[in-house]
Design a protein around this ligand. Structure first.
Ligand code: MF3
Ligand code: CO
Ligand code: CO
Length: 264
């Protein structure tokens, strides 16, 4: 498995930083609107307006024919949920995935949100997903391999008897939305691409409370758990530096970490 991957310069990192910060800002901005009774379409429209207001472009809109500006994946939806007239209910958990193009640079990030009181199982799933993602990201520095990241994520998830989705993965990103390398969220230490300064990619594990098998709905986008168990995901865009990594999509106020309730 040999992958050739683009190397981005310090100057490129300036653009990536700005795009990542904007994507993170959109997820901060939308948080107070995530409440019982709101439709996922309303959330999509709010995100769209806020992205455009900043002079950026929603990267997902029209991407391979995707019809909306963001992805909103509720409960057993794993990813690529299409915003719709569906109203959020108490107890729902959802992922909002925002990708933007800012001055030609992409930023891609997602978080989990909760509506009212959620089950302790759902909380554990969300916490584990975040911790798994960060366990992977915290390893990143030149010389480690992608398999080290995948293994750290898988180990964390399976320790809690959750499963890691195999069919969707992280990706290189930069001036292209989905580029090499393929970033698996499971794997074997010491295998795969060896990281170098200037590599830029996403880490975005999808973790299920049941089995890892997926099912694509007839709309051609919505991916659900085959067993209808709950699914959770977080995503950051990161760049490898000389001695570690820079997370481009951190929230300015710490809101990229999980939280379980939103304002009543
Ligand atoms: N943002 C998603 C990712 O993390 C991709 C969504 S593609 C879309 O890679 F077309 F479904 F929006
Ligand atoms: Co992504
Ligand atoms: Co994304």
């Amino acid at each position: 498995m040999s992958q050739k991957c683009r190397i981005y310069s310090r100057k490129d990192f300036v653009g990536l930083r700005k795009a990542g910060a904007l994507a993170a800002h959109i997820l901060d901005y939308i948080a107070p609107f995530v409440r019982k009774g709101v439709t996922t379409l309303e959330l999509d429209e709010l995100c769209h307006e806020e992205i455009v207001k900043h002079g950026a472009v929603p990267a997902s809109l029209g991407y391979n024919g995707y019809p909306k500006s963001v992805c909103i994946s509720v409960n057993h939806v794993i990813c690529h949920g299409i915003p719709s007239e569906r109203k959020l209910n108490d107890g729902d958990i959802l992922n909002i995935d925002v990708a933007v193009i800012s001055e030609g640079w992409y930023g891609d990030t997602s978080r989990m949100y909760a509506v009212g009181e959620i089950s302790s199982k759902a909380k554990e799933l969300i916490d584990t997903t975040y911790e798994a993602m960060m366990a992977g990201i915290n390893l990143i520095k030149p010389g480690i391999r992608l398999g080290d990241i995948g293994n750290a994520i898988q180990t964390r998830a399976e320790l809690k008897r959750f499963s890691v989705v195999r069919d969707y993965c992280g990706h290189g990103i930069g001036r292209i939305y989905h580029d090499e390398p393929v970033v698996l969220h499971f794997g074997t230490p010491g295998t795969g691409l060896m990281l170098e300064p200037g590599h830029v990619f996403t880490v975005e594990p999808m973790i299920n409370s049941g089995g890892y098998k997926t099912k694509l709905l007839p709309d051609g986008w919505t991916v659900i758990t085959a067993d209808r168990s709950l699914s959770s995901q977080f995503e950051h865009t990161v760049g490898v530096t000389e001695d570690g990594c820079e997370i481009f999509t951190l929230s300015a106020n710490g809101s990229d970490r999980p939280y379980h309730a939103v304002a009543e």
